[in-house]
Write a protein that binds this ligand. Structure first.
Ligand SMILES: [Zn+2]
Length: 236
């Protein structure tokens, strides 16, 4: 009976849905784990973990998947086996089995992310080489003040001025993806905030190295610029 009471006491603080207040960690899903169990262990509501990782179908969770746990302070391992394996997200991979696992994982995550167009406007510059220099995103011309929407749900990791980019927002998503929205006239979100796909996060402007009002939009995976066109739906 006493044990039950202690268990209840230790579980209760997580019932309010309040986050522990840490910076968040990446959790590696182990066999047999599910979102609710993971949420309980980190004291973060499962719903919030699902939202932060763009998971709509909770049965999608698979061993090896990386989950961003918002607000958590410390990564918790599911099992002793996982702890002794000592894998870390930064470990360079010479192991082909590990490389294959990662490729599968990234393909899976890629399909669960659904990027949407961040602004309505005219495509004025493509991704790729431009005047002998790489252009690491898309330029979409629009009037100053046109709303800029988050292309996918995630956590704002930067909102402020950056040289060249002017006023810029960077959002981190599942699967080591991030999106960047540059040259804004106005920033409407703060670092650390969670945003949903389609949420207004900024307004078009021409701050930084820019010749007229437009959005410079980037999608990066593990820092590497991707061609946003391959991730965005066809424009109607
Ligand atoms: Zn650009």
């Amino acid at each position: 009976m006493l044990t039950l009471a202690l268990v209840l006491i230790s579980v209760l603080p997580s019932c309010g849905g309040r986050r522990p207040g840490g910076p968040g960690v990446i959790h590696h899903v182990e066999k047999g784990e599910n979102l609710y169990r993971i949420g309980l262990r980190y004291k973060v509501p499962a719903k919030e973990i699902a939202k932060a990782n763009g998971i709509r179908d909770v049965t999608q969770l698979r061993p090896g998947q990386r989950l961003y746990i918002p607000g958590a302070r410390k990564r918790l391992q599911a099992s002793a086996r996982a702890a002794t394996r000592g894998d870390s997200p930064r470990r360079p991979s010479g192991d082909s089995k590990e490389a294959r696992r990662r490729a599968r994982e990234s393909a899976r995550i890629q399909t669960s992310l659904q990027f949407a167009w961040p602004v309505r406007g005219r495509l004025s510059s493509h991704f790729g080489m431009r005047g002998g220099k790489p252009h690491e995103g898309l330029d979409i011309a629009a009037k100053r003040g046109t709303p800029i929407f988050a292309a996918e749900s995630g956590r704002v990791i930067q909102s402020g001025r950056m040289s060249g980019y002017g006023k810029v927002v960077v959002v981190k998503h599942a699967g080591r993806y991030r999106t960047l929205y540059a040259h804004a006239s106005k920033l409407l979100v703060r670092k650390g905030e969670f945003v949903e796909r389609g949420q207004k996060i900024a307004e078009v402007g021409t701050t930084g190295r820019s010749t007229g009002p437009h959005l410079h939009f980037e999608i990066r995976r593990a820092e590497t610029p991707q061609n946003p066109i391959s991730y965005l739906p066809k424009r109607g």
